[in-house]
Ligand binder design. Sequence first.
Ligand code: FA5
Ligand code: MG
Length: 434
Amino acid sequence: MLFRCLNCRGKLQLLSQCRGYAEGIQGKPKLEPFVSINNVDYARDNYTNVTPKILSYLGRNLHREKYHPISFVKRRIENYFYKNFIGRRGNPMFSMHDNLNPVVSVESNFDNLLIPADHVSRQKGDCYYINKNYLLRAHTTAHQFDLIKMGLDHFIVTGDVYRRDEIDSTHFPVFHQSDAVRLFTREQLAAVAGHEIEPFELNGIENEEKQAQHTLEASKLIEKELKSTLLSLIFNIFGGEMPHRWVDVYFPFTHPSWELEIEHNGTWMEVLGCGVMRQDIIKRAGAGDRICWAFGMGLERLAMHLYKIPDIRLFWSKDSGFLSQFNVDDPNVNITYKPVSVYPQLTNDLSFWLPVDREYCSNDFYDLVRDIGGNIVEQINLVDEFRHPKTGKVSHCYRIVYRHMEKTLTQEEVNEVHFKLRQAVVDVLNGAVR
Ligand code: FA5
Ligand code: MG
């Protein structure tokens, strides 16, 4: 992790490069006691794991850039809803929200969505916490409860989301999602069904097809309406039907729940999650007399398929070779990305003994590699794990693939990064390089 040495009052830098630390004059450097985001200071605590590298993505707002594939996909989604969901007075039914603060409370991201206290998705290893009360939103679903509580019943939220995830061509720690919510009154449900229909039942039981509070008929109708809306949206974005499949899944905030997968480069790629929203959430948000569907989709994955963009890192490129290909006013124009050229990969391995005096997970190493290597890191794989039979110490060997998106990397450039990385494993993670 990069840090600012309080003793030196220096710039953000690696521990190994801090003069005060290296000379041993000032003792161990301390971290700033606050993380400052958009002029708000958040007190650090033992949850803080957000890194300066990750914070540097805040404010890039690719989804609001005029000429960018991510904003094109966002506009295709919004236009679909503007065109196909029109109120009685000719007004658009769905309101659009793409400028909500990515810093959210733990209640918004988890508690309000009934995500249990011990759920894996809350772990420090999976999220970027600012402190124990705030984090960078891990999904745009974090805003659903508050917006329903404000009285909205048809809305779409688009924004940047942050996860400590693996590194490969379809995963990146910062990506974009569009979440939608549609609440139905009794009248709206009847209008969709074509006849009166009872949404709720007392003393019902939950099964695979419905929640306890819902009638089977209402749950099935919402499922049908949700799935047909989504398929119609996806076919509209891609300009026609395409191979797809629905997969039954579990989300704490919806039941039943599904993911939609589309065929991408010969394999199935998941593009969205959705379901019938938990009635307890809607009730707590003050709209318990409605029944509701919700979905959340990843914009990068859709854009990769749509424009044949081979690697998720390209979206962050500031290179005109990439951006100029999307310099069109109409987001519906067909564009096929032409690789500027493909530059060779360079691979280096790094093995080290894990620290014994603190918790460690591979995501800690991935963050360190991101901090130091930035976007020239294409992929990291844990290729070997070894436990010493006598000492019980564990070592990990990671294979790091480096590739620049816009130029050929030299072995010297990679060696320099790799050297800094070895140093940081010792200084920051307290690992012992083998
Ligand atoms: C969610 O985030 C749920 N909040 C979606 C949801 C909303 C379900 C409302 C029900 C109701 P999931 O973790 O599966 O679900 O992510 C949703 C989509 O985001 C994925 O299908 C994928 O398209 C995209 N996605 C997830 N992780 C990454 C990543 N690391 N990089 C790029 N895209 C990602
Ligand atoms: Mg998923």
